[in-house]
Design a protein around this ligand. Structure first.
Ligand code: F6R
Length: 261
């Protein structure tokens, strides 16, 4: 795991977008794992800008989103399919057939979860997975106590998550109680992860995720087991990390990061 600290939220999001763009240019058939949420909106803004101004081409890539609410139709403005259409898919040249999210309306949710795993495998696995982090440490909707080897499944949302997402739904009572999410094991199988966290409200959980012991109580700690996970934070989200001097040294000195400095 490595930690990159950028001065502010926009610079952190831009770095994530630039890493994605670099990988997409190197491999136009990239299989990209996507996340939703407020933090990711800035990343998508940068990707759309790069598509428009720098000819970043999405025509051959495929995407798999981490999660979708159970019970929401793709047209529902609160669904993650709607979010992705608005923030990315409709604004770049991606083929709609190459974009995948779990179907929260599937009559057989367990079968839907199995199909989602099979579809990821059919595409050869996920090359680059974007991740956000919830304030209780979830990645995707892998709520506390999610098994570290879990696969795509239906998960009940915790009160913290419902509270966190309440404002987006116009009230906590309107937030769906369940979601389909890739499992921690599914995420650990991806070839590379980029976890983005910004703002001081993420400082406590980022310190636990990066420097705390691995525990199913905080799904994001599982990223310590991932062979290639980069955590990108702004100064505020880095506020409670102990090892910042070392993390800054890596970014300033390692050749891999030279083009991103
Ligand atoms: C959503 C997802 C979630 C969010 C997390 C942070 O697809 O994967 O884990 O990344 O809840 O959300 P924000 O960015 O809104 O704080």
């Amino acid at each position: 795991m490595e930690v990159i600290i950028r001065p502010d939220a926009d610079a952190a999001a831009e770095l994530v977008a630039r890493v994605i763009a670099k990988d997409l240019r190197a491999n136009p058939h990239l299989v990209l794992g996507l996340a939703t949420g407020r933090t990711m909106e800035k990343v998508y803004r940068h990707l759309v800008r790069m598509h428009r101004n720098e000819a970043l081409d999405f025509s051959l890539c495929s995407t798999f989103n981490l999660d979708e609410y159970v019970g929401l139709s793709p047209e529902d403005p609160h669904s993650y399919r709607h979010y992705m259409n608005e923030h990315l898919f409709r604004q770049v040249n991606i083929a709609p057939l190459n974009t995948h999210l779990p179907n929260g309306l599937a009559p057989d949710l367990e079968a839907e979860c199995r199909h989602y795993e099979a579809a990821i495998a059919k595409f050869g696995g996920i090359d680059l997975q974007m991740l956000g982090i919830g304030q209780a440490g979830h990645i995707g909707f892998n709520e506390p106590l999610s098994a570290l080897r879990s696969r795509t499944r239906v998960k009940a949302l915790t009160p913290t998550t419902i509270q966190q997402n309440g404002p987006l739904f116009g009230g906590e009572d309107k937030v769906p109680r369940r979601a389909i999410t890739m499992g921690v094991g599914t995420i650990l199988d991806t070839r590379r992860c980029l976890l983005l966290a910004t703002g001081k409200e993420k400082a406590y959980i980022i310190a636990r995720a990066v420097e705390g012991p691995i525990t199913a109580l905080i799904s994001a700690t599982s990223m310590q087991l991932h062979p290639r996970c980069t955590v990108v934070v702004d100064e505020e989200a880095a506020g409670e990390l102990q090892g910042v001097d070392y993390y800054r040294w890596i970014f300033e000195n390692e050749p891999e990061w030279a083009e991103f400095r």
